[in-house]
Design a protein around this ligand. Structure first.
Ligand SMILES: *[C@@H]1O[C@H](CO)[C@@H](O)[C@H](O)[C@H]1NC(C)=O
Ligand SMILES: *[C@@H]1O[C@H](CO)[C@@H](O)[C@H](O)[C@H]1NC(C)=O
Length: 471
């Protein structure tokens, strides 16, 4: 009732009802009908005009928006090279979603060594081939948490101190000896001499360096827990990006800013560094090692860990164990530390003897990436589209998305040795083909396969786990 408009309307109603004569009231009715009609016509006109204007605006917007599209289209037609790209892409063998011939990939050469990658690229033009692109896109679209790099460091070479913003790093030293430093929160440093067969773990954003202290090349397989492009900063690049006065005030060196100005950025990227005059620069290096309680958080002796032996091969694991009763004290430290970090990876070696078969199996809780260190094999992947089978040789990289069943059959005279990474910091969960078929009731299998129930007694149970079997 506070609303003035409402009160006025009430007054108007009172006025009409107070009119006395019939004639007057019927004339009033006609007048009201006329005025209603005119209100209706005005409304109709307004509607028509509004609709017309609306259509006009929409059509203008449409024309405006469609112009760039048509230009892009014309551009594609004008350049035959670009139109052929999608056609070639369609012809890529589907196996390249799961296989990367790493030895064929671009070699990033540095003064002290080289790096190669099996990874996702933001810019499609950064792939060398459509096969490499198929693999990279598959890593990314499956949200794999996987990137692989190989790192070769020459004797006395140094992988510059650096850190990664967006990934944990897990590595395996295939060959050589390296003195590694890891710098954690507040500048706590852990150093250790890593030898072949051992595993390293650098949590996201911990600063680390790798110095080859042996006579032969170091060769590392590095896995990063990201399917995006890895974000990395090297300490020399950071140093030259910091304004001189800021560096001077932070470090307070003798000679102040003039000392800072004596630093000279090298022309070549020093990612893996090895100055020609190293002997003049470094006179008295010391390669100390930190106490065990620190060391074994970042390092794990995979080669010396428990061997899980099967008729056709051996598996070893650097992972978190729920039941740590069989672990050494060093291994317990690593297992716990791994599990404290998000998106950590599990590493494993898989050795398959000649003609041995890692039978079809899948993992509930992890994507898997593998690198062939030695030997060769036939690999199969069974996904919703059927089976894709291909051969792998030294240096090849495979990718098995979580849940896809896969098998590996060693096909050379020498043992096949795979280094595997799994995208979980929890204990790996796996199911083998013989185990799930044995676990399914015979009458369920009989009904499913149109086969007599008694026939399924022909599939034997073995005392020994047949995860890797030999005929
Ligand atoms: C680490 O390796 C280097 C090179 O072989 C050696 O000189 C050094 O003594 C080693 N450090 C320790 C603590 O064993
Ligand atoms: C842990 O493993 C040991 C040895 O394999 C076994 O004896 C023990 O029962 C296990 N503990 C638990 C809680 O499962």
């Amino acid at each position: 009732m506070d609303n003035a408009a409402f009160e006025m309307h009430e007054d108007g109603t009172h006025n009409t009802s107070s009119m006395g004569k019939m004639n007057t009231s019927s004339r009033m009715e006609k007048k009201r009908q006329w005025s209603l009609m005119s209100v209706f016509l005005v409304c109709l006109l307004a509607c028509t005009v509004t609709t017309a204007v609306g259509v006009l605006i929409l059509s203008l917007v449409y024309v405006y928006n469609s112009q760039p599209h048509s230009q892009v289209h014309l551009g594609l037609e004008a350049r035959p090279l670009q139109t052929t790209v999608p056609i070639v892409q369609k012809a890529v063998d589907p196996k390249f979603q799961f296989l990367n011939h790493l030895p064929k990939s671009k070699v990033f050469e540095f003064p002290g060594g080289a790096i190669q990658w099996a990874r996702y690229r933001n810019n499609v033009k950064d792939y060398l081939s459509v096969e490499e692109e198929a693999f990279g896109s598959s890593l990314n679209s499956q949200r794999s948490q996987m990137t692989l790099g190989t790192l070769r460091i020459k004797s006395s070479g140094l992988r510059a101190p650096h850190w990664h913003f967006n990934a944990n790093e897990h590595g395996y030293l295939v060959q050589g000896t390296a003195w590694i430093g890891v710098v954690d929160d507040g500048g706590a440093v852990t150093t250790y001499n890593v030898t072949a067969g051992q595993v390293i773990f650098f949590p996201k954003n911990t600063l680390h360096w790798i110095k080859n202290v042996g006579n032969e090349d170091c060769f590392f397989l590095l896995f990063f827990s990201t399917h995006d492009e890895l974000q990395t900063l090297d300490v020399d690049d950071v140093f030259f990006s910091v304004p001189e006065d800021i560096a001077s005030r932070s470090l307070k060196p003798e000679g102040g800013i003039n000392f800072i100005r004596t630093f000279q950025k090298q022309k070549e990227d020093q990612g893996v560094n090895l100055p020609p005059n190293l002997a003049e620069l470094v006179i008295n290096p010391s390669y100390v090692q930190s106490p065990d309680s620190l060391v074994w958080r970042y390092f794990y002796d995979l080669k010396g860990s428990k061997e899980y032996r099967f008729p056709g091969g051996v598996i070893q694991l650097a992972q978190y164990w729920k039941n740590a009763s069989e672990l050494s004290n060093h291994e317990k430290i690593f297992s716990e530390f791994l599990n404290q970090h998000q998106n950590a990876l599990t590493l494993s070696t898989l050795r398959i003897y000649n003609n041995g078969l890692r039978q079809p199996h899948f993992h509930f809780n992890a994507n898997e990436m593998g690198y062939v260190i030695s030997g060769c094999a036939k690999v199969g992947i069974i996904n919703t589209q059927g089976t894709i089978e291909f051969d792998v040789h030294i240096g090849d990289v495979v990718f098995f998305p979580t849940g896809t069943q896969h098998y590996i059959k060693s096909s050379c005279d020498e043992d096949l040795l795979f280094l595997l990474a799994f995208s979980t910091g929890d204990q790996l969960q796996t199911l083998d083909m013989d185990d799930y078929l044995q676990a399914t009731a015979d009458h369920i299998l009989a009904q499913l396969f149109f086969k007599k129930q008694s026939e399924f007694k022909k599939i034997p149970k073995f005392k020994e786990d047949q995860a890797i079997n030999l005929p």
